[in-house]
Design a protein. Structure first.
Ligand SMILES: [Mn+2]
Ligand SMILES: [Mn+2]
Ligand SMILES: [Mn+2]
Ligand SMILES: [Mn+2]
Lengths: 226, 226
DNA sequence: CTTCCGGTTTAGCCTAGCCTAATTCACCGT
DNA sequence: ACGGTGAATTAGGCTAGGCTAAACCGGAAG
């Protein structure tokens, strides 16, 4: 049976697979979930016998089709609740993660679909991450790139964050950056891969962004509005 | 620490205390929660050492002030979520109990209060039950009585149900009864304490209600609208 | 005052998850 | 081919929460 804990494990594996191709290590799961590697190994045995992961000792884990579907459903609920909390209840984007982490475990297709409809079938959550459809496929995803890959002179609209941790989001708040913000890339500093930008519509002339920041911001070409 | 399970126990005790004065029996708790009496006894020891109940073997349990406050907070969240599900997401009143039973365990005063504000600080949930305030007090409660205590000739507006089980609510649906329905008491049958009523605005001339039904409906005097 | 009986409690066991400590293994460099 | 080393696994233990079966009251009836 799906429990809160197994859902968290499956979701973690899904998100780690996104980066690391295949063969997620038990220690990376442990780190992401704040658990001990030994606990993860134990859980992998259970997930395997339930048919949700492919696992062989010392060889890492992969989701099965069933496991991936469960994980996607959890991600869907997580992002819908985040959208609700920010869009409907008025929370800030750095306040909703922990709440959604709990709400995502209320499993009810009726509830999820009604919520989705009430929100108007949003494409992305408050952090710019795409919300899966009920069937587990992703909604139209625009081609986007990391700000760290942008060239000088480009006008980039921020459309997503690579890290939804509260402290990163609050850092962005204090820099004056948010979803929809448009920045013009002024200068690149190869030494530490940091970047100077101008925030269009902002008060400061220039703003300096560390590589830790630029590597966690997604952007698309800004279109001057009509 | 408050867990989902302890919250369910505290809530059950609160609701059983409402009827039985003081000294709730372990078996009544067991029945309400669908658990074994032995399990309840075990949990009572834990609740006692956490200071949430007064308990002495063979003498039943009562909530302490702290225990009562926790229970009230859970009831508050339960009823707010029910109101949200029916009023905002469009669920029927017989579909929301099990969902609220899960949602009520997401503990966050911010979330609860924001939800309350979004809903416009409702007085009652979709079953007519009063929603506690954040401080644990009840909101303005109208004087109401059980339909089984109504006299012939009275025009009664249904304002609450004593039993929120799905099957009872569906039975009311099939009778054409709901919150706000006005009925005129036509005849009482002392033999089985059943009652014949006319549903104001309904299609049928008369409707026969068993005592099982009339003892679970709350009413107030119907005021003819202007 | 004694006996019964049904509700209550205890005793013992189980599963899910998690932890620490000890062990094992894969892989890399020599 | 051979160790070393650090990651991964196993072993063993803990808590929460449940269940069954057996033992244990307390109050009602004789
Ligand atoms: Mn979670
Ligand atoms: Mn998000
Ligand atoms: Mn509950
Ligand atoms: Mn209710």
């Amino acid at each position: 049976m799906l429990t809160e804990s197994t859902e968290n494990y499956l979701k973690a594996i899904l998100q780690l697979e996104a980066d690391k191709a295949d063969g997620v290590s038990t220690s990376s799961i442990a780190e992401r979930l704040g658990a001990q590697p030994a606990s993860v190994t134990g859980m992998m045995h259970k997930l395997k016998e339930r048919g949700w992961v492919k696992y062989e000792r010392y060889k890492g884990v992969d989701l099965t089709e069933t496991g991936r579907r469960h994980a996607m459903e959890t991600v869907r609920r997580h992002r819908l609740w985040e959208t609700f909390l920010v869009g409907t209840l008025g929370f800030a984007w750095d306040e909703v993660h922990d709440l959604a982490e709990q709400l995502e475990h209320v499993r009810s297709t009726d509830l999820t679909d009604q919520l989705d409809a009430f929100l108007g079938h949003p494409q992305t959550d408050p952090h710019g991450d795409p919300i899966p459809n009920a069937d587990g496929t992703f909604r139209t995803s625009v081609g986007r790139a990391l700000l760290s890959d942008a060239q000088v002179g480009i006008c980039a609209k921020i459309v997503g964050v690579g890290d939804s941790q509260d402290d990163f989001l609050r850092h962005l708040n204090s820099l004056g950056l948010g979803l929809g913000t448009v920045v013009e890339v002024k200068e690149l500093f190869p030494f530490d891969r940091s970047m100077a930008v101008h925030i269009v519509g902002g008060v400061e002339a220039r703003c300096h962004l560390s590589s830790r920041v630029t590597q966690n911001l997604w952007w698309v070409e800004a279109v001057p509005d009509a």
